[in-house]
Design a protein around this ligand. Structure first.
Ligand code: ADE
Length: 426
């Protein structure tokens, strides 16, 4: 039953398959389950309109169900044209009565129509993965700003965009940087991106990694995870960096570090995870090893200069669903995965549920925080980017540990006193 809700998805008949997969993911999301049980009694989000611009995956479906159980009126649109799982969209619409505007493979025009459909919901809280809702509200839907309680942001790229807005004095409501919670980026960005990026590359190509030269561009949390897992597959991993501290860390973690222009000559794989534009550029493509596989794990499809690749090419074939093979004028072949979009979501299923459990528990608790803090004392949060309150981070860590059956020690009174004193020395 779709209860006459508005939606735009591929095919409602995929709903049963979607629901099965959403429930499978839920089994790995005990923290979210715990919050759902708790908040379905208290209903702290009763009547709060939330628009989420997120990857439409089984994990996001469990987030949306949790928000709805807490009383929220939720709609979703996609945060990337290639990451939507059409069966999940169908399940949410048909079986959970949650409006979704997202179709796998949608055009850029459709993508923005869907963002506007989600904004027609008149959200008072936005939940972004890449800051497109916040950006679109500020650019074209400013009538929504006065009622906004705030937004939450899931990813590094979105946080960078929002901090730039705040620095310009352009941000007109508070946003919480969920990405920056420790229970988010330590796990989701590192272990989630690490596993799902390798999963995407392997599903797309079925190429053996052992013995290959595997370049990771960027050694942030995502790059660290990708490098760690590629090493585990037996690849020779090389890191390229612009930040001296991260380069030093990569070196002491045991990786070879060199400029990308040198690395490109020996690369079997080049994977970007920087959040920046054209990090793999024309000059790198001109020296790249024949057969090199190029993929991106950063949020936007700007990290690899695709127009430059097109300009060097005389032919383009699609030998496998997520692979485009470019033939260059000099005969070399370069293989681009997933059109340069997030390979882990476009060619695989995104991060495993176990880590999204913590990321999305932070999302739920931050939505409750925005709703209750602002209602109690409207105006307490300034129009800037805020950190996730430390007690939320700790609550998520504690709930996750409990679900894993892991117990930890407590400081004794003597230890607490020692840590807060300064007079006891050698
Ligand atoms: N971002 C990365 N992986 C994801 C997933 N499985 N669901 C939603 N957003 C994601």
């Amino acid at each position: 039953m779709t209860d006459n809700i508005r939606f735009d998805i591929r095919n409602t008949s995929l709903a049963e398959q979607g629901t099965q997969r959403i429930n499978w993911a839920l089994a790995e999301m005990p923290v979210l389950q715990n919050l759902k049980n708790h908040f379905s009694k208290d209903r702290p989000l009763l009547g709060i309109r939330i628009s989420g611009c997120l990857h439409i995956t089984t994990e996001t479906a469990n987030l949306a169900r949790t928000l709805k159980s807490a009383g929220a009126d939720v709609v979703l649109c996609a945060s990337n044209p290639l990451s939507t799982q059409d069966d999940v969209a169908a399940a949410l619409v048909v079986n959970d009565n949650i409006p979704v505007f997202a179709i796998h493979g949608e055009t850029t025009e459709k993508y923005y129509q869907h963002i506007h459909a989600a904004l027609d919901h008149k959200p008072v809280i936005t939940m972004d993965d890449g800051a497109d809702l916040v950006s679109e509200i500020h650019k074209t839907r400013q009538e929504l700003i006065p009622a906004m309680l705030g937004g939450t942001e899931e990813t590094t790229t979105g946080v960078i965009r929002l901090r730039a807005m705040a620095a310009d004095g352009a941000l007109k409501f508070p946003v919480i940087a969920v990405n920056d919670a420790m229970t988010k980026h330590f796990f989701d960005n590192r272990y989630g991106t690490g596993q799902s990026t390798l999963d995407g590359i392997i599903r797309a190509t079925n190429v053996l990694l052992a013995g290959k030269t595997f370049i990771v561009v960027g050694y942030g949390w995502c790059g660290r995870g990708i490098a760690m897992r590629a090493k585990g597959h037996g690849a020779r991993v090389v890191i390229t960096e612009v930040d001296p501290l991260k380069a030093l860390e990569a070196s002491m973690d045991g990786f070879q570090v060199m400029p990308l222009l040198e690395a490109a000559k020996i690369s079997d794989f080049i994977i970007t995870a920087t959040g920046d534009k054209h990090v793999v550029d024309l000059k790198h493509m001109q020296v790249m090893k024949n057969g090199c596989i190029l993929a991106n794990s950063g949020h936007f499809n700007v990290e690899i200069n695709i127009p430059a690749l097109e300009s060097l090419s005389v032919d383009k074939q699609r030998p496998r669903p997520s692979v485009e093979e470019y033939t260059l004028r000099d005969g070399r072949k370069i293989r681009l995965l997933a059109e340069g979009r997030l390979v882990n979501l476009a060619a695989a299923e995104g991060h495993p549920s176990t880590v999204m459990d913590m990321s999305f528990a932070n999302q739920v608790l931050c939505a409750v925080y925005l709703a209750t803090t602002r209602h109690k004392d409207k105006g307490t949060l300034s129009n800037t980017v805020h950190n996730v309150p430390i007690d939320i981070d700790q609550e998520v860590a504690q709930l996750k540990l409990k679900s894993m059956g892991i117990r930890i020690d407590k400081l004794t009174k003597e230890q607490q006193a020692y840590l807060s004193s300064w007079d006891e020395g050698t």
